[in-house]
Design a protein around this ligand. Structure first.
Ligand code: LLP
Length: 423
């Protein structure tokens, strides 16, 4: 069986390894539940993305802005920063993280529909690459804030190309019904306004149509609409220096799925751009595709429980650690770390007092109490969406590099989780 994320995650002599470390060693050293990332897998994904751009003349002038929300651990941000990545942020908090991790402000794009004045100030002070503007009011506010600081804010409009990315409704963001972006119809007027405002400078045009998109076609459709708009704007006398094509490149979550490569996603877009003869700096905002298959959640089976109609494997990780199955009905492959045990069909559930607290349902697993399970493809939107629900301290995070494993976030203590409260 080929696991999503292989060859960095592979069974060796009946035991699941991350790079060269057997997972039971990680569990013994760092405890469970615990997120485990492969450094080599992270490098591999970043290089694959860069190669798809660098191999094409239209992709050479480009900036890969890793979407910080996906996994914002400082060690991961630092790794990407050292590889030359920029960052896509959606809050002042994410900007602070990027700077603390050694990222460069002038490679940061700031997305999101609700930027506050203080977040704008923070980003202007830092000197970011571009504000991705999502509404008329935001444009006016940014102009005011920049004026107050005597700065000129670089802006790009995030337009809504009304393309159906055929993904989960919660993560489709480029439809007319979505709260994100400005409509294609409103864009020319807003660009004209931006060009008039004294404290803004128009830099780019962009979109982000959704997440976990596994078909390259919606990206091509969105690009066509951006190119039409760009032509119209240029006739209006508004120059566009960069095109931000967003993120959203999907990954395999099931062993039987094959990955769509960065080449397959990006080459048609780059070819089309070259055809137009209008070279632009290309900005991408990938998140999941850089980190999703590079991490797993390691959990211990506390109890095997036989119910009237179902069997349950109760593990020590829960929906507070990994919300995606409960929230989106998302599928994550779950594999026993070591072979053994009698095979049965289980719902893999956590200790939280909600029936929606499951990591996987109806899974055929050969496990015993005390064994470890690995929930795969948990590098993206996993730790980042974790909480303290049921007063559960957040899990530890570990980075594996060959034969070394390093703690990149220690397990929270319960005391830390209520330290900000008072009686
Ligand atoms: N750029 C913008 C403006 C975004 O809103 C997002 C993700 C990205 C880039 C990165 O997209 P990616 O390359 O990772 O698909 N929590 C959900 C996914 C939410 C996506 C939010 N926006 C999940 O667990 O599937």
């Amino acid at each position: 069986m080929t696991l999503p994320g292989s060859p960095f995650f592979a069974m060796r002599e009946g035991v699941l390894n991350v790079e060269e470390i057997p997972l039971p060693d990680i569990a013994a050293r760092f405890g469970t539940p615990c997120y485990v990332y492969s450094r080599a897998a992270l490098l591999d994904r970043f290089y694959a993305c860069r190669a798809a751009l660098d191999n094409h003349p239209a992709g050479k002038d480009s900036l890969v802005c890793y979407a910080v929300k996906v996994n914002s651990n400082l060690a991961i941000l630092n790794l990407f920063a050292r590889l030359g990545a920029g960052f896509d942020i959606v809050s002042g908090g994410e900007l602070k993280r990027v700077l603390a991790a050694g990222g460069k402000a002038d490679k940061v794009v700031f997305s999101g529909v609700g930027k506050s004045e203080s977040e704008m100030e923070q980003a202007l002070d830092a000197g970011i690459f571009s504000f991705n503007i999502e509404s008329a009011s935001e444009l006016e506010r940014l102009n005011r804030v920049a004026g107050r600081l005597s700065k000129i804010a670089p802006v790009s409009l995030r337009v809504n190309p009304d393309v159906d990315p055929k993904t989960h409704p919660y993560i489709a963001t480029g439809l007319k019904t979505s709260k994100f972006g400005v409509s294609m119809d409103d864009a020319p007027g807003l660009y004209a306004r931006a060009a008039d405002l004294p404290n803004l400078t128009v830099r780019g045009l962009g979109c982000h149509i959704g997440s976990q998109i596994t078909n390259p076609l919606p990206f091509a459709e969105a690009l066509e609409r951006l190119l039409d708009l760009m032509e119209r704007l240029e006739k209006q006398g508004i120059a566009i220096h960069h095109l931000d094509l967003g993120g959203g490149f999907g990954i395999p979550y099931r062993s039987e799925e094959t990955a769509v490569s960065f080449m397959a996603f990006l080459t048609p877009l780059l070819q089309r751009l070259q055809q137009t003869g209008k070279g632009r700096t290309i900005v991408l905002e990938p998140g999941r595709s850089l980190v999703g298959n590079a991490g797993l959640l390691l959990a211990k089976v506390e109890y095997l429980k036989t119910g009237a109609e179902k069997n349950f494997a109760v593990v020590d990780a829960a929906m507070n650690d990994l919300l995606r199955p409960s929230l989106y009905g998302a599928w994550h492959e779950i594999v026993p770390v070591s072979s053994g045990g009698t095979e049965a069909i289980y719902d893999v559930v956590g200790p939280i007092c909600e029936s929606g607290d499951f990591l996987g349902q109806n899974r055929k697993l050969a496990v015993n109490e005390g064994d470890y399970l690995a929930v795969l493809s948990a590098g993206a939107y996993s730790f980042a969406m974790s909480s303290n629900y049921n007063s559960r301290p957040r899990a530890a995070e570990v980075m594996v590099d060959g034969k070394d494993a390093v703690l990149i976030r220690r397990r929270e203590t319960v005391e830390e989780s209520f330290a900000l409260e008072m009686i």
